[in-house]
Design a protein. Structure first.
Length: 121
C-alpha cells in the first residue's frame, strides 16, 4: 500500500532538508507562507559528517539549547586534550564554549520538525 502524497500545491517549494533548507523553510512559514520541503531521504536520516556547531550557528539559527538537548546529543567543548605515547599531554582551556558536538541525523531532524513546513521525502 502506498502512502498518500501531501498536496503539491504550495506558495514555496524548498528542495533539501539540511540546515539551510529547513531554516529557510522556517522563516518562510513564519512569514505566513505555505511551504513544502522536499528531501530525497526520510527523517531522521543518517548523515556522517559535520558533527560540530559553533555558538555563532546556535545564534544564527536561533536554537533553544535547553529544548534541543532534552532528547538529543549536545556536547559543549571548551577546550581539548591530546597526547601521544611517550609525550606529555597538551591541554587547552578556552574558558568558554567554543563548539558543540552534535549528531547530524538528530540535528537535521530537529530543524525540519521545528520548521513547520510540510515535508515530502
Amino acid at each position: 500500500m502506498h502512502e498518500a502524497l501531501p498536496s503539491l500545491c504550495c506558495d514555496v517549494l524548498v528542495v533539501g532538508g539540511g540546515p539551510a533548507g529547513s531554516s529557510c523553510a522556517r522563516d518562510l512559514v513564519r512569514a505566513g507562507l505555505d511551504v513544502l520541503l522536499v528531501d530525497k531521504a526520510r527523517f531522521p536520516r543518517d548523515k556522517v559528517c559535520a558533527g560540530w556547531i559553533t555558538p555563532a550557528v546556535v545564534e544564527a539559527l536561533a536554537l533553544d539549547l535547553e529544548d534541543y538537548q532534552r532528547e538529543r546529543t549536545l556536547q559543549p567543548f571548551d577546550g581539548f586534550r591530546t597526547s601521544a605515547i611517550g609525550h606529555r599531554e597538551v591541554h587547552t582551556d578556552y574558558g568558554r564554549t567554543i563548539s558543540y558536538g552534535i549528531r547530524r541525523c538528530e540535528f537535521d531532524h530537529y530543524l525540519v520538525e521545528r520548521s513547520g513546513a510540510r515535508l515530502l521525502a
